[in-house]
Design a protein around this ligand. Structure first.
Ligand code: HEM
Length: 239
């Protein structure tokens, strides 16, 4: 029997997500190739390989800058065109936190995912909390914990990147650029750490396949919505 599908993502938001993912992959790979310092570079032949592919370091930097500006510009336009319909609701959702419920979700879900339901029951009884994993809204708290730094980290990465571009035309001081390089580097590293978990949870973790498929089709089966995002499903049913 085919299950009822619940609409979850618009075509444009799906496009923006994969546009973002594509830009991130390109920027990470080319950014890593721009680090020509053997003390920092984990893959010492990568910069040389990329310089051959792009026909020199200047072209590699230019490609990194063009994709970076396209990425930022794409989101700027999206932010203007879809401010009320997509962007503001997205911000409201990722900042909508219920400390008690969401903390319990993190603990219970963490135990269930690593040790299983039986261990969750045993540990919950021992420490006196409910073994029932609390219901979540459109995003669960784990997704929100990633989404907030991904968005604000992205803004910091763009601002520091633009500072570096401005320095090439003499519009930013050496001191400012040195700070921008450090901030750019650290922020990319922090968001990347979260990204590894995001990609694992979104595309590899068993039980999350419907969310992954929804990033192409735009909808999820009702059972999945009830199990993973019940508070959101309740809202959808009410409207
Ligand atoms: C290429 C690998 C990626 C895969 C497989 C992937 C997968 C997914 C999936 C399946 C969702 C939907 C979750 C849902 O509907 O509940 C999602 C949402 C999202 N993705 Fe990705 N994504 C990838 C890359 C990225 C990148 C590079 C970023 C940003 C740095 C990103 C940021 C987000 C954000 C902010 C959301 C909404 C909140 C969340 O679900 O965490 N994703 N992603």
């Amino acid at each position: 029997m085919t299950q009822t599908q619940i609409h979850r993502h618009t075509r444009l938001s799906i496009f923006m997500h994969w546009f973002n993912a594509g830009c991130w992959i390109f920027l990470l790979l080319t950014g890593l190739g721009l680090i020509q310092n053997d003390d920092l570079q984990p893959f010492t032949s990568w910069p040389t390989i990329l310089r051959i592919v792009f026909g020199g370091g200047a072209n590699l930097l230019l490609a990194h800058e063009i994709v970076g500006v396209t990425w930022a510009g794409g989101f700027f336009l999206y932010g203007i065109v879809r401010l009320k319909s997509d962007v503001l609701p997205f911000f409201r959702e990722i900042f909508n936190v219920n400390i008690h419920r969401d903390f319990l979700w993190l603990v219970a879900k963490g135990i269930q995912m690593t040790l299983g339901y039986r261990a969750l029951g045993v540990i919950a009884e021992k420490f006196g909390f409910s073994p029932v994993i609390p219901d979540q809204g459109f995003y669960n708290i784990g997704q929100k914990i990633f989404a907030v730094p991904a968005v604000f980290g992205g803004i910091v990465i763009v601002a520091s990147g633009i500072t570096m571009i401005l320095s090439q035309i003499g519009m930013a001081s050496t001191e400012l650029v040195q700070w921008a390089i450090l901030v750019h580097f650290i922020t990319v590293g922090l968001v990347f750490a979260g990204l590894l978990i995001h990609v694992f949870m979104a595309s590899i973790a068993a039980g999350e396949q419907p969310a992954f498929i929804s990033m192409f089709t735009g909808s999820v089966p009702e059972d999945y919505a009830r199990h993973h995002h019940k508070l959101w499903l309740d809202e959808v049913k009410k409207s």
